[in-house]
Design a protein around this ligand. Sequence first.
Ligand SMILES: NC(=O)c1ccc[n+]([C@@H]2O[C@H](COP(=O)([O-])OP(=O)(O)OC[C@H]3O[C@@H](n4cnc5c(N)ncnc54)[C@H](OP(=O)(O)O)[C@@H]3O)[C@@H](O)[C@H]2O)c1
Length: 367
Amino acid sequence: MVPGSPVILLRAGPSPLGQADNSNQQGETMLSRREWLRIAAGASASIVIKGCAPAESDASASTVANGSASTAMDAGAVAQTGELITRAVPSSGEQLPVVGLGGANTYSEAAGEEDFETIGEVLSSLVEGGGTVFDTAAGYGASEEVSGRLAQELGIADQMFWATKVNVAGRGGESADPGAAREQIERSFERLRIPVIDLIQVHNMGDPPTQLGVLQELKEAERIRYMGITTTNEGQYEALAEVMRNFPIDFIGIDYAVDNRIAEETILPLAQDEGIGVVVYLPFGRSRMWQRIGDRPVPEWAAEFDASSWAQLMLKFVIAHPAVTVATPGTSDPEHMIDNLAGGMGSLPTEEHLRRMVELVESLPVA
Ligand SMILES: NC(=O)c1ccc[n+]([C@@H]2O[C@H](COP(=O)([O-])OP(=O)(O)OC[C@H]3O[C@@H](n4cnc5c(N)ncnc54)[C@H](OP(=O)(O)O)[C@@H]3O)[C@@H](O)[C@H]2O)c1
């Protein structure tokens, strides 16, 4: 994305400070899950009653920009006409659309197979549908290179929020050579073909002090706008929490899904307390949820929160959590991209809907 002017304020140094007053740097109060759901339910009610979007349901946590009329009865229309809900990056207040695109897995396979037409359509669908966030990594094969080139050719690179990752330390535990990390990041700049990368995260908890130190240098040089760290391994959650308490990071990337809710216990509340943005990975558990769902129809009550597909239902589950800034489901299918974006439009599930979703998912066969 063309750098705007987010005020990026860093924490003073390694300390468990964050926002002790539970506020972000705009002085906006972070909401509890319960408060959030109450407001979200209220916002959806106003959509239904007035037939137009609420002005700003809650600027501190999310907004629905220019949302078009939608009711519980016309959820299908949301995919065509809605606008994406946006959420504030806690460290800057910058608003990001709540659904983006993941560049690993099937997407990187298509990139590796040089299926440029499909990848181009997926990227165009992301941007045309109002999405911006694209999550990739130096370690995702051809993902960075192909996306960077196609986005330039399509003239959409400036409209995207580019998130990539560095890791020269393996999957955590081993030390990283800072020179090698800098080299890997320079390659990412070349492949993505952009002068400023919006977000670079340390991939899979690889040597956080060393690699976050390199990212801090780049941030101070204004070559990257935000920095963070990721894991999708529950065994690393404790170490992640330590980093969240002690390093001035803007984001974490974490696995979270309707059938994988461990992040709710410590990580998501901690992100709220510390004012750290959350990128949700694996919202479908890769193939896991698709296997569990099989050919079951979407429950009728999903229309009550404007979900007309399983993907929308599962995305609405994760973005209903107030700690979540953006979910980046991976896809290599332009129609799935459009479907996924609709998961960030219209109303959000209530606490009762969330309970029903969990109950439903727990009744499905284990993958
Ligand atoms: N440690 C880390 O930093 C880390 C780890 C894992 C993942 N990630 C990031 O998170 C992203 C998401 O994870 P993921 O891609 O592995 O898994 P995922 O998003 O949970 O699921 C992707 C799978 O769902 C399918 N799919 C997507 N949209 C669909 C739709 N609307 N309807 C039906 N099927 C749909 C995709 O197939 P199609 O291609 O056919 O749509 C693909 O098989 C990754 O791409 C990556 O950017 C980061």
